[in-house]
Design a protein around this ligand. Structure first.
Ligand SMILES: Nc1nc2c(c(=O)[nH]1)N[C@H]1C(S)=C(S)[C@@H](COP(=O)(O)OP(=O)(O)OC[C@H]3O[C@@H](n4cnc5c(N)ncnc54)[C@H](O)[C@@H]3O)O[C@H]1N2
Ligand code: MOO
Length: 431
């Protein structure tokens, strides 16, 4: 914050940081976990609230990484035909090593006590009777015979053995808290025998649009729509950002007309039942822009109102504290480009913090612009782009913050700092 600046914060990141300091993750719930389709689907991408510990070593014993023969160094000194005296197969305890021969072993099977390496079968000469198909031609106690090749004799101790606990030892952290349960982490839950785990409750997010100009949802039958009415595109854009995240619980959008009593009631209702309230419209200087006033009246802390940003300069960030936790309220400017970019840029990382994600802060990829014009702004400038090559974007120039038609042609937007006029690299926020 700078004394001469009309803005509470100099950048979007600072404003997000200030709000983030006032919010905490949602409560923790205990859920059962199993290998059924329903269980895996319901836990996929939820946010882990307590670490998962390994219940046993990984791997649980010394196992072979190859199909071949488990041996001890002295076995390589033998010339001529060597007997295969036993087999170690996955899913069964290993046989004992015998000085009279070698043990055939399969990938994943336990390496018998006393063996120090595994020789891949392609580095041996396998004589008749070695393959399972040949078993009829073997003697009752024979599992076939092999001979070493020169290559086999160069295989060093430890080769092709995955040692017990080399991935993780029993009792150590397999998955830290605050991570999203992605596919490899579901695998880890199963591998470490988890039956119950603690996850964060999904974040309850309300979308509350405002304005008398919006046609009601049922107006699809009123044709044609009069030109002084508009359709509620902001609600659709915001739901589009929030949908299909298992850590977001989003209810049907609410709408309030520009009447203080109606707006106040809607705001109070939204705050009471949600962790996050995303409002659009009514945050600027117009006579009917009641949002800042109402938020003040209901006792919310206005953390910022207006940021050095285009589009979306009138954006408002507020926190309503209660004994059960804080609710974040974002007053997004009503213009469709401002509302959509603002929600993507400000709301998404903060919802991730509510969701309990350890690494909630955005770490956007950077892209270069193929062409950049002469124009600069003394503001942080969010500009719609289309990706044209890996790491390279082109500007999609629209007619301003009301031009949702052009916004629909973008893949996301870049953010240029004040006075910047270079091709980049600039942080890229994809839809
Ligand atoms: N005197 C000033 N006027 C304005 C300023 C300013 O600094 N001084 N800022 C301008 C900027 S920048 C923006 S952005 C807008 C933001 O205004 P509000 O948040 O108060 O939004 P509204 O006036 O309610 O609406 C603006 C615009 O957006 C349309 N709109 C609203 N809701 C929706 C919706 N749900 N779906 C689609 N479109 C929506 C609305 O019809 C208006 O056209 O203020 C400028 N004015
Ligand atoms: O900041 Mo406003 O979003 O330019 O129209």
């Amino acid at each position: 914050m700078n004394a001469a600046s009309p803005f509470a914060f100099d950048s979007p990141d600072q404003a997000i940081q200030a709000l983030s300091q006032r919010i905490t993750a949602t409560d923790i719930e205990s859920v059962d976990f199993g290998s059924s389709l329903a269980s895996l689907q319901s836990i996929h991408r939820r946010i882990l609230a307590e670490p998962i510990l390994a219940d046993r070593d990984s791997p649980a014993a010394n196992v072979s990484a190859m199909d071949g023969y488990a041996i001890y160094e002295s076995d390589l000194k033998r010339d001529g035909v060597i007997e295969v005296t036993g087999e170690s197969v996955p899913g069964s305890p290993p046989p004992s090593r015998s000085d009279s021969g070698v043990i055939r072993i399969f990938t994943g099977a336990i390496v018998p006590e006393g063996c120090d390496r595994v020789i891949q079968r392609e580095h041996t000469e396998e004589l008749a009777g070695t393959s399972a198909d040949d078993s009829n031609s073997r003697g009752p106690n024979s599992r076939g015979q092999i001979r070493w090749t020169e290559r086999a004799r160069s295989i060093p101790p430890g080769a092709n053995i995955r040692c017990q606990g080399e991935n993780l030892t029993a009792g150590s952290v397999a998955i830290p808290a605050g991570l999203e349960l992605t596919s490899p982490r579901l695998a880890a839950l199963t591998n470490f025998g988890v039956h119950q785990l603690q996850v964060h409750r999904p974040v309850r997010v309300a979308v509350l649009t405002t304005g008398d100009e919006l046609a009601s949802a049922s107006s699809k039958n009123e044709t044609p729509l009069p030109p002084w009415k508009i359709r509620n595109s902001n609600a659709s854009a915001l739901i589009g950002l929030l949908a299909n995240q298992p850590w977001i619980d989003c209810v049907s959008p609410m709408h309030a007309v520009d009447k203080p009593s109606v707006l106040r009631a809607s705001v109070l209702q939204a705050i009471e039942h949600h962790d996050v309230v995303l409002m659009t419209g009514g945050v600027s200087m117009g006579d009917y822009d009641y949002v800042p006033r109402i938020l003040q009246e209901v006792g919310a802390e206005i953390v910022f109102h207006k940021l050095p940003l285009r589009p979306g300069k009138p954006i408002l960030g507020a926190i309503q504290s209660s004994p059960t936790g804080a609710t974040l309220i974002l007053g997004l400017p009503g213009n469709p480009v401002s509302a959509t970019m603002g929600a993507r840029r400000f709301a998404m990382p903060l919802i991730r913090k509510f969701a309990g994600l350890r690494d909630w802060a955005e770490c956007p990829p950077h892209v270069m612009l193929d062409e950049v014009g002469d124009k600069t702004l003394p503001l942080h400038w969010m500009r719609g782009v289309r990706m044209i090559q890996p790491g390279v974007a082109e500007l999609v120039l629209g007619k301003g913050s009301g031009d949702l038609a052009t916004l629909a042609l973008t893949d996301g937007f870049i953010e240029m700092p004040p006075h910047a006029n270079a091709p980049g690299p600039w942080p890229y926020f994809a839809w």
